[in-house]
Design a protein around this ligand. Sequence first.
Ligand code: BTN
Length: 268
Amino acid sequence: MTASRPARLIELPEVDSTNLHARRLIEAGETEPFSVRADVQLAGRGRLGRSWISPAGGVWLTVACPTARSPSESEPVPLLAALAAHATIEQLLPDAQRAELRIKWPNDILHAGRKLAGILCERVAKTGRAWTMVGIGLNADVDVESLGVTTRHPVSLRTLVERAQIDPSAIGHRLADALHGALAEFNAEGLPRGTMQALADRLAWIDQPVTLRRAGSAGGEPVITGTLAGVDARGRAVIRTDQGHKHVISGDLDEHTLRLEPAQQSDP
Ligand code: BTN
């Protein structure tokens, strides 16, 4: 892809999941980078096997790009995606709101500690050619009450900016351009210099107590409890613990507080 030619963006009123739709297009023989955005997803998918509720008003988008990078070389892709999404969403916010926009390792976008967007990166390698897919879900003009309990502490862009300014299609185009740009640069040149520092500068809960749960064990016992020290050169989260520094490649990071959830507080 050349930087001057935007990739094709397919816009659909409704789909099961934009990641699944993109996968089907790849398997049907797509050759050029493309994106899929849907107004509504009926079976949106989140990280760690979770579902992702996707009503009208959100930005549900998947960016797909062929890659010559191996799976291990592609380890930083979720982090690059988070940085590109953070930069794009930051531009949508009034100046006063921007400092609160943080990246929750590896790639959630939080505003004031609440989840504004999530990212699901997948690799497809069934056609003799490997593809990177970056799916992003942004709670744009969405009533967070309608998201149920699948997203903990969600926030919607509509509480941060004028609702009249929120156009899911326009935001989808901006996010798609930014993500395609980041993937094309990474495919051609590798990790841009300064990536990990940029990530560390935007990280949520840096120097704060955190817990890490193993992928798929959300709600279960924490695997690691300590203080978030940053990210290493490979983009792994570094957690300072009583047993030394732990470098973690995957899992579910959370603030470590002793505060009880409201439902638990009302229990006798
Ligand atoms: C997460 O935080 O768990 C990741 C959520 C990713 C949701 C997006 S919405 C567009 C794309 N299609 C999907 O089915 N999932 C991703």
